[in-house]
Design a protein around this ligand. Structure first.
Ligand code: UDX
Length: 441
């Protein structure tokens, strides 16, 4: 059993803390936000993540997991300190490192014994060295420490299983012995462990996220071309995905990527390149294509309804979160889409299984409904923003019958166009050029 401290109880922090505790370690999770820590002590999770509450409760009861706001308490006899604080987007797209700096100096001021500081937050290349410098400046003499980078690759909504079954663990350090000790901590996960230097590990995280974002923008560009040429992007993607060099994942065309990682990380990587005098053309194209998706969606709604001004129309949004199984609204395409529809004169309504509470203050004019059926009554058009499982099994016949006009814009391609046409919908998906056959454009 190792003693671990995790600093930050946001997404990455709480998952890391709960999972390491579940692997049999003694974990103290620290946050400077007293309300969050008080909540956690009372069983209230800071985020919505399937399975998290059960995992936290189990490990708290087994006395492997506890919470504190005190660095002195968290670092007592601790061998490993994970930094998992937020790195929000600053001006010009670069990451804002104020929380990382604060964590590093607090660690330094409370360091009591030899410590390995492991950075999990996504930070610009070179931050590990900078953290080491801050700790050196603030700590009392003679206490040895090392810095290791261990970027996280968790997906919201699947974070626990991603942590427990990683495709790989990346460790970067200039101190081989420290990297080896951190590797030992990860051995129960039975994943390939890539050990490299600090900066390379930090770069692996950015390059991975930028590549995944590129796949999404790529397929969205192909979707546009499919629409013009009469092909179906869902089948194009399936046909491409069998090629093992391409792979089937991250080729779902739609209204673009959102969330706390891709938008921020692609911009941050572009910013790092620009600071060195480069012109990262591909990264800019990825960002531009993604931004255009939101306008594409609004344009599509206007085309379907046959009007530029949407005054007098009511549009119902199915799903608000940036993806299913989360209440996270950060960079959710639905935010821009709802606001643009409102700006064009439409009355916008919404239903989301989990995210309405988060979304309501961000979309004050959007009327939230307790279920899709109530929302659909009197709507001119429904739009799928998020591919929640429960939308697959909706009674669409019932929904169709209560709408004012039966327009259905499927921004995530979750429905079968022919079936929707049979139900009487005027349906359009994304990148499905042949929709023209079934849609009354
Ligand atoms: C992502 C990375 O997957 C993860 O490794 C990293 O640690 C954090 O960023 P996350 O933001 O939770 O995770 O979501 P993810 O499932 O990757 O989806 C990101 C966005 O891309 C969502 O808005 C999703 O709708 C969109 N997406 C994803 C597509 O539009 N098409 C796809 O084919 C896949």
């Amino acid at each position: 059993m190792k003693k671990i401290c995790v600093i930050g109880t946001g997404y990455v922090g709480i998952i890391t803390a709960a999972c390491f505790a579940d692997l049999g370690n003694r974990v103290v999770a620290l946050d400077i936000d007293e309300e969050k820590i008080e909540g956690l002590k009372n069983g209230k999770m800071p985020i919505y993540e399937p399975g998290l509450k059960e995992l936290v409760d189990r490990n708290v009861n087994a006395e492997r997991l506890s919470f504190t706001t005190s660095y002195a308490e968290a670092l007592e006899n601790t061998e490993f300190a994970f930094i998992a604080v937020g790195t929000p987007e600053g001006v010009d797209g670069e990451a804002d490192l104020k929380y990382v700096a604060a964590a590093a100096s607090s660690i330094a001021q409370n360091i009591q014994n030899e410590l390995i500081i492991i950075n999990k937050s996504t930070v610009p290349v070179g931050t590990g060295d900078w953290v080491a410098k801050i700790v050196n400046e603030h700590k009392s003499d003679g206490v040895p420490f090392s810095v290791v980078s261990c970027p996280e690759f968790l997906r919201e909504g699947a974070a626990i299983s991603d942590f427990m079954n990683p495709h790989r663990v990346v460790l970067g350090s200039m101190d081989e012995e420290a990297a080896d000790k951190v590797a030992q901590l990860h051995l129960p996960l039975r994943a390939p462990i890539v050990v490299t230097d600090l900066r390379t590990a930090e770069m692996i995280k950015y390059a991975s996220n930028a590549f995944l974002a590129t796949k999404i923008s790529f397929i969205n560009e192909i979707a546009n071309i499919c629409e013009d040429l009469g092909a179906d992007v869902t089948e194009v993607a399936a046909g491409m995905g069998y090629d093992q060099r391409i792979g089937p994942h991250f080729l779902s065309a739609g209204i673009g990527y959102g969330g706390s990682c891709f938008p921020k990380d692609v911009k941050a990587l572009a910013h790092m390149a620009e600071e060195k005098g480069r012109h990262p053309q591909m990264l800019h194209a990825v960002i531009d294509i993604n931004t255009d998706r939101r306008q594409m969606a609004v344009q599509r709604v206007k085309e379907m309804l046959g009007k530029e001004l949407l005054t007098g129309t009511t549009i119902g949004l199915l799903g608000l979160s940036f993806k299913p199984n989360t209440d996270d609204m950060r960079e959710a395409p639905s935010l821009d889409i709802a606001k643009s529809l409102e700006a064009a004169g439409a009355q916008v309504r919404a239903y989301d299984p989990i995210a309405m509470e988060e979304a309501a203050p961000l979309l004050p004019k959007v009327e939230m409904f307790p279920n899709p059926y109530k929302m659909a009554v009197g709507c001119d058009l429904l739009m799928v923003n998020t591919e929640w499982n429960e939308f697959q099994q909706l009674d669409l016949e019932k929904i169709h019958d209560t709408m004012k006009q039966p327009f259905l814009f499927d921004g995530r391609n979750i429905y079968d166009p022919d079936k929707m046409a049979q139900l009487g919908f005027k349906y359009r998906g994304v990148g499905r050029g042949y929709d023209g056959r079934v849609a009354d454009k």
